[in-house]
Write a protein that binds this ligand. Structure first.
Ligand code: NDP
Length: 491
């Protein structure tokens, strides 16, 4: 039975959900407020899981593991399919909750629901492909010997997710983990956990056995405790590179498997032959969707000198027409930042960049509807120095930089001049040039003349400081499995 948290006046989320049961905190003073990002109002409270509750959640996942791992993949797939259907039938509730905690405009909240449903549906489909879960014979040179490779679930997985796309990031981890036969302990971000509580209720309603999915609430300290628990076999983490480094260090102790999806400082390149209107549309989406709070934000925009003036004029018109406001506002195209702290962080970085010489070319505006929430107008910086913090560091807010270039070599060198390597976008009418960019840009995913399209069939993950491993696709499933082999006497 689902509880629509938003219907209650001031809800309190339990500290943990362990083996299907909600566990309250013994210490009410550890509760943290959950805000409506558009109004700043407290809409509820989240209790924090204690060390004992974290331990109990991991042990519940560990106890549920043998039965879940032994469940036929097709049966697991049926449950994933049911989850996808329930996400669809609870679309409005999920979107509403997402809009409340993050302030996303309705179309963005709706996209998150669609993505989560599509991800569960995709892994449900993989579960029905028996060959993916069956042992595979290996052709060996000695025919008196047989070789076999097979995949087994890694075990208990800790899923630690951030606040920018809570439902989506959770689905990207949860669906392949369950498909692979892992049991999980989920740690949502303390800013957006109501969304995951709703999702966890949906998963329980679908009939996933108790103990397979457990949830602990809390901030970084709770996440850190999870990462050191000896019964956790795998950690899948999405968040900042700094926290990802701590997770990897914690994992090293027991050689826990890790998938890390971290930051980015990605480029969008506009060649001289590009359709400028189209390029501007991609630039607005790449830099300001989700108020710029995206690991994939293409906030370093490189524009060929020949079209720079035209691009900037068109970009300025587009940015000035972005309507910032709460999800309830008419025609709103950009929501607030997730929290006051995140807005302060972004504004501090912006001030730092400007103090160091970056100049604001133009910006958007806020009206009275933005008075109380965590809003910030979009800002565009022109020609920052190569060492300016706004050009080098992940801002994670609505701040984009534009730089001009003269040759493809220069554009590729500028785009690759970062230790991150998550995504890149190229806008060009020249197919041959696009091919060159695709191979020379250091990024896990390159979009050519398209918005930031994401499909569960296509893997996601980056190079360098952007992380380790791949989510989604078949690789996403395999990342929750150990590859094992057997060699036997054929007789
Ligand atoms: P964090 O990386 O700190 O948080 C991500 C998740 O990890 C949250 O659930 C967080 O808990 C948890 N966490 C934090 N520290 C640890 C730890 N040592 N061990 C295990 N889990 C931990 O991101 P922030 O929310 O602090 O955001 C700061 C910056 O990080 C942003 O401005 C942005 O630059 C980047 N970021 C990148 C994201 C991406 O998609 N790549 C997503 C979010 C942020 P909790 O939040 O509850 O405290």
């Amino acid at each position: 039975m689902l509880t629509l948290l938003a219907e209650e006046k001031l809800f309190t989320l339990p500290a943990a959900t362990i083996a299907g049961h909600a566990h309250q905190s013994a210490h009410a003073d550890t509760s943290t407020p959950i805000h409506n990002a558009s109004t700043g109002a407290t809409i509820g409270w989240q209790q924090q899981a204690s060390a004992a509750q974290i331990d109990a959640a991991v042990r519940a996942a560990h106890a549920a593991l043998p039965a879940w791992r032994a469940t036929a993949a097709a049966t697991r797939g049926d449950l994933l399919k049911k989850i996808a259907e329930l996400i669809e039938s609870n679309r409005d509730r999920l979107a509403e909750m997402q809009m409340q905690v993050s302030g996303k405009p309705p179309f963005e909240a709706g996209l998150d629901v669609s993505d989560a449903a599509a991800t569960f549906d995709y892994y449900a489909g993989l579960c029905r492909d028996a060959a993916l879960f069956a042992p595979e014979a290996i052709d060996l040179p000695d025919h008196t010997i047989t070789g076999e490779r097979f995949y087994e679930s890694v075990g208990v997985a800790a899923l630690i997710v951030p606040w920018n796309f809570p439902m989506v990031t959770t689905a990207w981890k949860m669906a392949p983990a369950l498909a692979a036969g892992c049991t999980v302990v989920l740690k949502p971000s303390e800013f957006t956990s109501p969304v995951e509580h709703l999702l966890a209720a949906i998963i329980a309603e679908a009939g996933v056995p108790d103990g397979v999915v457990n949830l602990v609430n809390g901030g970084g300290a709770v996440g850190a405790q999870l990462t050191t628990h000896p019964l956790i076999d795998k950690i899948s983490f999405t968040g900042s590179t700094a926290s990802g480094q701590k997770v990897m260090q914690a994992a090293a102790q027991d050689m826990k498997r890790v998938t890390l999806e971290l930051g980015g400082k990605s480029a969008l390149i506009v060649r001289a032959d590009a359709d400028i209107e189209g390029a501007v549309t991609l630039a607005v989406g790449g830099a300001f969707a989700n108020a710029g709070q995206m690991c994939s934000a293409t906030a370093r925009i490189l524009v060929h000198d020949d079209v720079y003036r035209k691009f900037m004029a068109t970009f300025e018109t587009a940015v000035r027409s972005i309507v910032v406001g709460p999800p309830t506002g008419a025609d709103v195209t950009m929501g607030p930042l997730v929290s006051a702290a995140q807005r302060d962080r972004v504004q501090t970085l912006l001030a730092q960049g400007v103090d160091a010489g970056a100049s604001v070319a133009f910006s958007g505006q806020l009206d009275s509807a933005c008075a109380n929430g965590f809003f910030m107008a979009p800002v565009v910086i022109a020609e920052p120095a190569a060492d300016n913090v706004l050009w080098t560091d992940e801002v994670f807010g609505p701040v984009a930089c534009v730089k001009s270039f003269r040759t493809d070599e220069e554009a590729i060198a500028l785009a690759n001049d970062t230790r991150y390597g998550l995504v890149a976008t190229v806008v060009t009418a020249d197919k041959e040039a696009a091919r060159r960019y695709k191979s020379q840009l250091r990024a896990g995913l390159v979009w050519i003349n398209t918005p930031q399209l994401i499909f569960p069939q296509v893997c996601w993950g980056g190079l360098g400081l952007s992380g380790i491993g791949r989510e989604l696709g078949l690789a996403g499933l395999r990342s929750y499995q150990e590859l094992r082999h057997a060699i036997a006497d054929a007789n």
